[in-house]
Design a protein around this ligand. Structure first.
Ligand code: NAD
Length: 366
């Protein structure tokens, strides 16, 4: 199979779809890998390292024209879709539920699209799950972004000049990103409180040393395939009231909450931001899905009543070396599962193909 990797830096994405160690493994399995000049440069992988690994490093046109399968990281924009060749398979982040128009454009282009972010949440698919590998890194980085914007430090410190109290961190959502944010904030010495509406997260939060904010009625929250599929207005109102006590005392708030269906729930209103301490920092990791905080804006910092609100769409791209290494390993495992002599399997009897193949034969399947 001919596998191509394109350069994505011009669209603001620092990660690269394959790293040299994974290229070497794929070439060892008999695949041909073509990499566009400079594709890995923002992630710390130069052209020479790809050549050494066995790839052909060449121009963009040749990569696109010569590949059976194109590996990307970021959701393709209009310019990238225009470049695609009919009959090619694309493996990428797609967010199918949020991007119905994009899927129609890709279908009209005659390509097959595998959405890595639509991986089923099963044991066999875990090592192919880019949401887990990337959100884990993003959760770590969110804490550092918040720490950098805070005028105080995280740990308690007793000094000859006086004692500094530890930072109070409040985290919304204890999924992959939230759990890593808890671990990172604890390592830095903060006191961490957490809210989630999936009941099983209480134990996970406590095992990392966080305090879970209890809300009654969580047993009524619907969870499907690992995602929150529905929570009544009443539970959300109770959650808002219970968490507000922690919110008004927090130095740092990190929001990571997502629900099935694409649009993130608004969990912090503008009024609540105005009740927070001056100097507090909110990092909203859900802005690419609409945001968890009413005033946050994608990839922008806004100030409301002395509170700094940072919208972060793509934190994994800000740690591109490790993020690309893990992403590429996810892709390697995925290709190991679905690659055939002629290209990637389109047999939807396979649950991984069925979940990820969102465009095929000119039709949108998602
Ligand atoms: P996610 O990205 O869907 O959402 C992040 C978190 O937001 C979740 O914990 C969710 O419960 C929470 N949330 C939703 N509504 C909320 C609200 N109103 N208030 C507070 N929090 C709210 O979740 P995720 O990080 O992808 O992980 C969800 C679960 O799926 C985890 O248990 C994870 O371990 C599991 N998972 C399994 C696999 C696998 O087995 N292949 C892969 C990925 C994730």
């Amino acid at each position: 199979m001919k596998i191509g990797v394109v350069q994505e830096q011009q669209t603001g994405e620092n990660r690269v779809g394959l790293v040299p160690s994974v290229v070497q493994t794929l070439c060892g399995k008999g695949h041909t890998v073509m990499v566009e000049h400079g594709a890995g440069s923002n992630a710390g992988f130069d052209d020479a390292s790809y050549t050494e690994a066995g790839a052909q490093v060449t121009g963009r046109g040749e990569v696109i024209a010569g590949s059976d399968v194109l590996i990307r990281v970021a959701v393709p924009g209009d310019a990238e879709i225009d470049e695609l060749r009919s009959g090619t398979s694309i493996v990428s982040y797609i967010y199918p539920k949020r991007n119905p128009e994009l899927l129609k454009r890709l279908a009209a282009k005659g390509v097959s699209v595998y959405a890595m972010d639509a991986m089923p949440r099963t044991t066999i698919a875990q090592s192919m799950d880019v949401l887990s590998s990337q959100n884990n890194l993003a959760g770590y980085k969110a804490v550092l972004v918040a720490a950098n914007a805070l005028g105080s430090i995280f740990p308690m410190m007793s000094t000859a000049a006086g004692t500094l109290r530890p930072a109070k961190v409040l985290i919304y959502g204890a999924g992959v990103a939230g759990l890593q944010a808890i671990a990172t904030a604890k390592r830095l010495g903060a006191v961490v409180e957490v809210t989630d509406i999936r009941p099983e997260t209480k134990e996970q939060v406590e095992s990392l040393g966080g305090k879970f904010v209890m809300v009654e009625g969580l047993d009524q929250v619907k969870v499907e395939g690992g995602y929150v599929a529905g929570a009544g207005e009443e539970i959300l109102a109770r959650q808002k009231e219970a968490v507000e006590k922690s919110l008004v005392k927090a130095d740092i708030v990190i929001t990571t909450a997502l629900v099935a269906g694409g649009k993130a729930p608004t969990l912090i209103t503008e009024d609540q931001v105005k009740k927070m301490k001056r100097g507090a920092v909110i990092v909203d990791m859900a802005t690419d899905a609409g945001g968890n905080c009413a005033v946050s804006k994608p990839d922008t910092t806004v100030h409301v009543n002395g509170v700094t609100v940072i919208g972060c769409n793509n934190l994994a791209s800000s740690v591109p070396t490790h993020a690309s290494e893990l992403y590429a390993k996810n892709i390697q495992t995925f290709l190991g599962h679905v690659a055939t002599e002629a290209g990637i399997s389109t047999d939807v009897a396979d649950e991984i193909v069925a979940a990820t193949l969102v465009v095929h034969n000119g039709e949108v399947r998602a």
